[in-house]
Structure formats: structure tokens, C-alpha cells
Write a protein of this length. Structure first.
Length: 166
């Protein structure tokens, strides 16, 4: 595909956004994790429509496969099936007003422009070019992300141990 057509854009956007909204809305953590998997799969579809098959495969393998399964295991190990629904804007509806204004502004700008060229002309970089960029130019951000993931896993293990002692 050469970029997005307008109807395809709305379908793919719905496949990404609706599960993401459901993910933060569900009270059951298992349902939230399943909605997260659906949203990650939608992002992989976005990559496919942008002719980035390598990124789509990485999205499916890493996020849909590994990260989602890790989160599901963490939920099951803590035996916590539902989370507390104490979001700030549930008690004070006015707190959602800035988010609604920003969303309306972004939608106004996007919908007011007319014809779109959503995707740049695909250059079809090779895997060697992508790996050279990742491990040379973007090596520090790549390592920082891995460090953040390591800290998150260590925190989840500590929380699970603390919950088990109670």
C-alpha cells in the first residue's frame, strides 16, 4: 500500500484507539491486558500499511508476544484480578476538560486540512541499514529503554513479593 487512504486511516485508528481506551477503562486487569494486546496489534497494522514490515514483525514479536505475556504472568502471579478505579477525573469531572479541549483542537486541525499525505514515500531501508542506525546513532536511547524495562521488571517482582507476604 502506498500510504493511507482516508477510510483505511479511520479503520486503523479505531483498531488502535478503541482498545487503548478500553484498556484504561476496564476494572478487570485481565480484560485490560487483552485490550492492550489488541491495541499493540493495531499498531502493527499501522506499520504494515506504512510498508514497514520489519517494524510490524518486531511489534508483534516483542510487544504482542513477549511484553503482553509478561504482563499477563505478572497479573496472574499477584493474584490481583481487578484494580482500584480511583482515577482523578472520576470524582472531579472538570479535570477531564483540558484533555477534551486538547483533543478537540487536534481533531479540528487534522480534519480542517483537507487532503492528506499520511505516509512519506517509502524508502524501504534494509535490515542492515536499520540495525546500523539502531546500534550506532540510536544506541543510547536503545540502552535507556532496556534499562527502564529492567527497572520495571525488578519493581514488579518486589511488589509481587511484598503482596505475597501480606
Amino acid at each position: 500500500m502506498n500510504g493511507f487512504s482516508t477510510p483505511l486511516f479511520y479503520i486503523v485508528a479505531a483498531v488502535v484507539i478503541i482498545p487503548a481506551v478500553l484498556m484504561v477503562s476496564f476494572r478487570n486487569l485481565i480484560y485490560s491486558a487483552i485490550a492492550m494486546i489488541a491495541s499493540f496489534t493495531g499498531v502493527a497494522i499501522v506499520f504494515i500499511t506504512l510498508n514497514a514490515e520489519l517494524l510490524a514483525a518486531a511489534q508483534l514479536l516483542i510487544y504482542v508476544g513477549a511484553i503482553s505475556i509478561l504482563i499477563l504472568f505478572a497479573i496472574m502471579l499477584t493474584k490481583q484480578r481487578s484494580g482500584e478505579l480511583r482515577l482523578f477525573f472520576h470524582r472531579q469531572a472538570w479535570a477531564a476538560l483540558p484533555a477534551a479541549v486538547i483533543l478537540a483542537a487536534v481533531l479540528g486541525v487534522v480534519l480542517g486540512r483537507g487532503k492528506y499525505n499520511y505516509a512519506p514515500k517509502p524508502q524501504n531501508p534494509t535490515t542492515a541499514q536499520l540495525s546500523r542506525l539502531l546500534f550506532n546513532q540510536y544506541a543510547l536511547p536503545f540502552e535507556l529503554v532496556s534499562l527502564v524495562l529492567l527497572v520495571a521488571i525488578a519493581g514488579a517482582v518486589l511488589l509481587a513479593k511484598r503482596e505475597k507476604r501480606r
